[in-house]
Design a protein around this ligand. Sequence first.
Ligand code: NAD
Length: 257
Amino acid sequence: MRLKDKVAVITGASSGIGREAALLFAQEGAKIVAADVNDAEGEKTAAQINEANGKAVFVHADVSKSRDCENMIYTAEEIFGKLDILFNNAGIMHSEDDDAVSTEDDVWDLTMNVNLKGVFLGCKYGIPALRRAGGGSIINTASFVAIVGAATPQLAYTTSKGGVLAMTRELSVIHARENIRVNALCPGPLQTELLMKFLDTEEKKQRRLVHVPMGRFGKAKEMADAALFLASEESSYVTGTTFTVDGGLTAAYVTPE
Ligand code: NAD
């Protein structure tokens, strides 16, 4: 088992990457605090783990709220005794996120509060707990859009993910000698709810796939596998990286037919 006796807090654990990571980390021996705003689905994630003889609790946490983030970390230490892994994964993509001219202030603020401040707050309360445990691993979910620009704009989303990359690098340097590693996971376009609700026709899907050398969307499980590597001791010399898992998207200038 690659995470035997570890304790992990995973945000956005009611769906997509977060849920797959919770299930996978639990299979690998970790005790899971599944945090999300979607209580019904989050309870399902925890129940699925417990039914398979794993250990998990769900905690309601809006990552943009300081008190909720404090509580999710408290829950890990209170119920499971410590924190070893913090996966700051929750994120939103607003349907009215657009270019600089069209994006409303409230859309910008909401996106920044969840996607960027949420990572900050996770770290604000998580890092003291990781210190108390003698170190650990933080994984922050960014996106390929933080690396390459797109003409179909989602300016707030893209900017928030760029911030996640910058924050990750700085945190990795600050905490490198405390045995706390901090890495960013950069998924390509995925077959999860977040993206598929926008790419709702075959034509829209194919238009996006033109840019992916592998010619398919990624799966949440493939991101969970990458996060598992970053969470485990196998990545013990890896910190401050932009860990890109994107089917070759950011490497491509022209993709194969
Ligand atoms: P998803 O929509 O399936 O899951 C996101 C989860 O975050 C949901 O369970 C949702 O309830 C939760 N969430 C939303 N707001 C929250 C808040 N304020 N507090 C706590 N939880 C909240 O999406 P996903 O594809 O699994 O996305 C996970 C991460 O991956 C996000 O950060 C996303 O930006 C990033 N990402 C996704 C893609 C993609 O194509 N799907 C690509 C690159 C990066």
